[in-house]
Ligand binder design. Structure first.
Ligand SMILES: [Mg+2]
Length: 302
């Protein structure tokens, strides 16, 4: 399978998980007899079927900020985020509101996200997947400032809205894991990358990740806590042998179903490729064509 198709699968997968899960956000888990398998819209914010929510909207902002595999423009990312903020999205998360208010007020990028314990939401991991397309020596450009290397780019990107260490660590673990999926590694190797990265930087997340293979669906947490969202996405990816079952299972846990679906969609889409997304879902996705065009133009400039 070609790398470009895995990239398309990753981003369509994010959108599919987001749109599949959006109607069931904030709800308790669905009983087995009532499993939701279709993109139908509705929910607390009365989404249209296939409408993008914050997960897909902000992922598109990150994707549009990529100049090529060696460079991301933080000027573009900032303006994308602020344009989205100005549109008064109904589903904006509490951590993201605080961060974007600081960004709007002109604070330094790494000082926008709040560091307090009540601000550990998943608003960065849900959007960050396009950074997996950058090389390790990529450069982040912001005005006349330059950020050297993917590691520093990841930290800046997270801290633009999420300053808590768990949020930063979650992304530092997630991106290499996604890269492994895009590189065509087998599942145990991909999970091994997540464990290795976590062991280096966060004993807390490492313990959470180690518990994933033994976690039954009934005990899976799909909350908006960044670490739970990372674990839920990995759980679904590891548990099933196809994208459709993985996404259906995780979004039917309710709670932050769309963001957990989006993170599962990233991993499954990168692993299985674009063909894994059911046609009946794909045709409903609001930004299906735009994602395809952005991916094509990224590879033209790569
Ligand atoms: Mg959402």
């Amino acid at each position: 399978m070609f790398y470009q198709d895995r990239v398309l699968g990753m981003l369509w997968g994010l959108h599919a998980g987001d749109s599949l899960g959006a109607p069931w956000e904030f709800l308790p888990p669905q009983p087995a007899w009532n499993t939701k398998t279709e993109i139908v819209g509705g929910g607390k914010f009365n989404w249209a079927p296939g409408e993008a929510t914050d997960d897909t909207d902000l992922m598109l902002g990150v994707l549009r900020a990529l100049q090529n595999a060696q460079e991301i423009s933080f000027d573009i990312l900032k303006s994308e985020m602020l344009a989205w903020f100005a549109s008064n999205p109904p589903d904006i998360g509490t951590t993201t509101i605080k961060g974007l208010q600081n960004l709007k007020d002109g604070k330094a990028l790494r000082e926008c996200g709040f560091v307090n314990n009540e601000f550990q939401g998943n608003g960065s991991i849900m959007r960050v997947a396009p950074l997996a397309l950058l090389t390790e020596d990529a450069v982040g450009v912001y005005g006349s400032e330059k950020t050297q290397g993917l590691h520093e780019i990841m930290i800046t990107q997270t801290k633009m809205t999420h300053g808590h260490q768990h949020c930063v660590d979650t992304d530092l673990i997630f991106i290499p894991t996604v890269k492994a999926a895009l590189a065509g590694k087998i599942k145990q190797e991909i999970f091994g990358v997540a464990l290795t990265e976590a062991e280096k930087i966060s004993p807390f997340i490492y313990q959470k990740l180690k518990a994933i293979p033994e976690t039954p669906w009934d005990n899976l947490s799909t909350s908006g806590f960044c670490v739970d969202t990372l674990c839920a996405g990995l759980w679904a990816f590891l548990k099933y042998d196809n994208l459709e079952d993985a996404l259906v299972s995780v979004v039917n846990r309710g709670d932050d179903s769309d963001s957990c679906g989006a993170v599962a969609g990233v991993l499954c889409g990168a692993f299985y490729g674009s063909q894994a997304i059911p046609a009946r879902w794909l045709e409903k996705l609001e930004f299906k064509n735009e994602i395809q065009q952005l991916v094509s133009s990224f590879f033209r400039h790569a």
